[in-house]
Design a protein. Structure first.
Length: 329
């Protein structure tokens, strides 16, 4: 190929610009990769292996991308109290007066810490910020968004004991994307995380409470995408996403749930009953359909009736995998 001198200089100059552009791109990619992988991966792998409790099936630990620095899991076990401040029937968080409730939570944290000294235990308040409703309401969506002043109160309470906050949504006839987006003001805070409840997602016009609802992986991924974007835009540590589950149909296409460095997904066994039933549910829907981390819900009332007995920390630590998120209702 023949060029005059001036053309050759021009082409060379353009080539240099392109090369520099490639170098800048490569440098940017390397910087981003370094940013993502600055955690101690050897330590992370050891912790995930310990959580798997010597599982031999290959299900656990799940192979996923490493989290961004500042991740809560698997460096801590979370012990949360669940409920709503407007109701004494929805959970321990709204049932007891503030000081009594916080003291009880701290006692549960201490019990779990004594049962497993290898993992730091931290408290959390898991507040139902959007509740499913039997009546359609003004929006005709069978859901009610709590006033922000209530969320502010829960955040203030959590701060007093250095606890995390989870905002839980029950979408009714609405959808995950709209309801999570309505809480972005709070999800931008580094200590505020998210819970979503398929039980109250009624896609076929049924009234919440009359049928058990469902989320597909696409619904869950909507929450993950929103959280991941908030983490990126606001330079936050990873968010924890708790997904409640106690039936096969509550979560569909679990293999399509995306795992990204910005979000840590906990599949939380949410049913009540006797120990045999609860263990069976954990095995069928949590253990056999692995996503990333696991949780377990304990009911002060419904797990202790009919001569049943609520699981103790020492018993749950024998489960495979070990639940790293514990919720009391």
């Amino acid at each position: 190929m023949l060029f005059c001198v001036s053309s050759c200089n021009k082409v060379k100059s353009q080539g240099s610009i392109i090369d520099n552009g490639k170098k800048d791109t490569v440098k940017s990619n390397l910087t981003e990769e370094k940013k993502i992988s600055t955690i101690d991966t050897v330590d992370y792998n050891k912790r995930m292996l310990a959580l798997s409790n010597n599982d031999t099936t290959g299900f656990w630990p799940v192979k996923t991308p490493y989290p961004l620095p500042g991740a809560v899991l698997p460096y801590n076990r979370i012990v949360a109290f669940y409920g709503n401040l407007y109701s004494k029937r929805m959970g321990i968080l709204g049932e007891l007066p503030k000081d009594e409730m916080l003291k009880k939570l701290q006692n549960e944290v201490a019990n779990w810490q004594a049962a497993d000294t290898t993992l730091k235990v931290i408290p959390a308040l898991h507040y139902i910020a959007i509740t499913a409703q039997t009546l359609p309401g003004k929006a005709k969506l069978h859901r009610l968004r709590m006033p922000f002043k209530q969320i502010d109160t829960v955040i203030k309470w959590a701060k007093s004991i250095d606890a995390l906050v989870f905002l839980d949504i029950q979408v009714g006839h609405s959808n995950v994307k709209d309801e999570v987006t309505s809480l972005e003001t709070y999800l931008k805070l580094p200590n505020v995380h998210l819970g979503i409840d398929p039980e109250f997602s009624l896609k076929n016009g049924h009234i919440p409470g009359t049928k058990i609802g469902t989320f597909d992986a696409d619904d869950i991924n909507d929450a993950i995408n929103i959280l991941a974007n908030l983490v990126k835009k606001n330079n936050l540590p990873p968010k924890v996403l708790v997904v409640h589950r106690f039936t096969q149909g509550m979560v569909t296409n679990y293999k399509n749930i995306k795992i990204v460095p910005e979000v840590q997904v906990v599949m939380d066994m949410d049913g009540f009953g006797d120990k045999i039933l609860k263990r069976s549910t954990y095995l069928r829907y949590i253990y056999r359909e692995p996503v990333q981390f696991t949780g377990f819900k304990l009911f002060y009332k419904n797990d202790n009736k009919n001569n049943w007995e609520m699981y103790k920390p020492e018993e749950l630590l024998k489960f495979t995998p070990k639940p790293i998120y514990i919720q009391y209702q």
